[in-house]
Design a protein around this ligand. Structure first.
Ligand code: UDP
Ligand code: MG
Length: 139
């Protein structure tokens, strides 16, 4: 299965702005299949654990505050070359740098509030998926 799955979150501002459905529609139109999905509200502690790799970065405190500010939708996706193709679909971290038609270009508010997460490697896709879906083997 490695290589065919990635992990995404619809981030708090996109959920609050009722963009979850439109974003999921873009994802499905691009050929991704939804393997598992849940809506939940991360605590600051859980958000900090998810983004632990960024704990030394200057934006870490704001990132944790933002990611725990409201519900997110966590999704495991399946497609050939899932990680790379999903990063292309979402566009650059900063929406002002993102290609036209990408999810971040369409829906992101800022570099911080950028609508969606996308795993950056097969290894991290597996780690991030199991962070949210402990019962992963059933999907
Ligand atoms: N982020 C931020 N400021 C920055 C860089 C990143 O607020 O200068 C936030 C943003 O929400 C981003 C997340 O931290 O999506 C993780 O950063 P990363 O560099 O991994 O970007 P991504 O992989 O999400 O494109
Ligand atoms: Mg990243």
């Amino acid at each position: 299965m490695l290589g065919n799955r990635t992990f995404t979150m619809v981030k708090p501002e996109a959920v609050a702005n009722s963009n979850t459905g439109a974003i999921l529609a873009k994802i499905e139109e691009a050929g991704f299949r939804i393997v598992a999905m849940k809506k939940l509200h991360l605590s600051e502690e859980r958000a900090g654990k998810f983004y632990a790799v960024h704990s030394e970065r200057p934006f870490f405190g704001e990132l944790v505050e933002y990611m725990s500010s409201g519900p997110i939708v966590a999704v495991i996706l399946e497609k050939e070359d899932a990680v790379a193709d999903f990063r292309t679909l979402i566009g650059a971290t900063d929406p002002s740098q993102a290609e036209e038609g990408t999810i971040r270009k369409l829906f992101a508010e800022s570099k911080a509030k950028n609508a969606v997460h996308g795993s950056d490697s097969d290894e991290n896709a597996a780690i991030e998926s199991s962070f949210f879906f402990a019962d992963l083997e059933q999907f």
